[in-house]
Design a protein around this ligand. Structure first.
Ligand code: HPA
Length: 277
């Protein structure tokens, strides 16, 4: 018998059908929670929780202990699926692995994707703890997640990236911030591979080319979500500041601490957005 090659598309479908049998009814809204931003999970009325390592074809965590969870439940009156923990390129995952969960979300019917991350601020108006709504991004990862064979069923070979973050969702977040008197910033997110934080000259360079904040995630997932025709809302928590006049050294612990402090604002905006969807 001729051996047929199992494709990426086959893997996506297999995982989606496994989730369908495991979870039953599936949501139309997905949320990816970034570093230090897992607190949102405490507000979810959880229906089903699944460890990543039990999901077929999900990347296997390289770090011992918590590999992350897919959480299905109610938030802001809506049925959602949240990823607690994501796969970063700097950990050694390839781009197809980093973005696999987004493909699976789309396959199970997710139409709107919320993404959050911790980021370093270059914009001189920013303060640590600010929440920045992502209006656009600059992809500086060394590889595009769409490189390689394109499955037309998943999206076009040459997708437009003219509205990578939904303007309607940005407007909704702005309305909520205004009504709640929450300080909310806007900006362009620069996505880099890490794991080094930036040199002073690199922060300066990213600011000059149009960036407001820089981080090591989000861009691959947002590219794939756009390819798949999903609407995206992205938010960065500014956990440190960088530039040639800034002497504070960002550390992973500082980033986590700042993210944890800023999460009530992020949680409140996302929850209220869900209520209005
Ligand atoms: N640079 C890159 N990634 C980050 C930073 C930063 O300053 N802060 C949090 N994630």
């Amino acid at each position: 018998m001729e051996k047929t090659e199992r494709t990426y598309l086959d893997m996506i479908k297999e995982t989606a059908s496994w989730l369908r049998s495991e979870v039953g009814e599936l949501p139309k809204i997905g949320i990816i929670l970034g570093t230090g931003l897992g607190d949102l999970v405490n507000y979810i009325d959880i229906k089903t929780e699944i460890d990543y390592h039990t999901i077929p074809n999900f990347p296997v965590s390289t770090v011992e202990g918590h590999s992350g969870k897919l959480i299905f439940g109610m938030l802001g009156g809506k049925y959602i699926v949240a990823m607690q923990g994501r796969f970063h390129f700097y950990e050694g995952y390839d781009m197809k692995q980093v973005t696999f969960p987004v493909r699976v979300m789309k396959e199970i019917g997710v139409e709107i994707l919320f993404v959050s991350n911790a980021a370093g601020g270059m914009n001189k108006e920013f303060m640590v703890g600010d929440v920045m709504v992502i209006t656009d991004h600059i992809n500086l990862f060394p590889e595009n997640p769409l490189r390689g064979r394109n499955f037309d069923e998943l999206g076009p070979r040459f997708p437009a990236m003219t509205e990578p973050y939904s303007q309607a969702l940005i407007n909704m977040a702005d309305d909520i911030a205004k009504e709640n008197k929450i300080r909310i910033m806007h900006g362009v997110y620069v996505g880099t591979q890490g794991p080094t934080f930036e040199t002073p000259a690199e922060y300066e360079y990213f600011r000059i080319i149009g960036g407001d904040a820089v981080g090591m995630s989000t861009v691959p997932e947002v590219i794939v979500a756009n390819h798949a025709g999903m609407r995206v809302f992205g938010v960065s928590v500014i956990t440190d500041l960088g530039g040639k006049d800034i002497k504070e050294v960002p550390t992973h612990e500082e980033v986590q601490k700042a993210a944890i402090k800023a999460q009530p604002v992020m949680t409140s905006i996302i929850t209220q957005m869900l209520e209005r969807l």
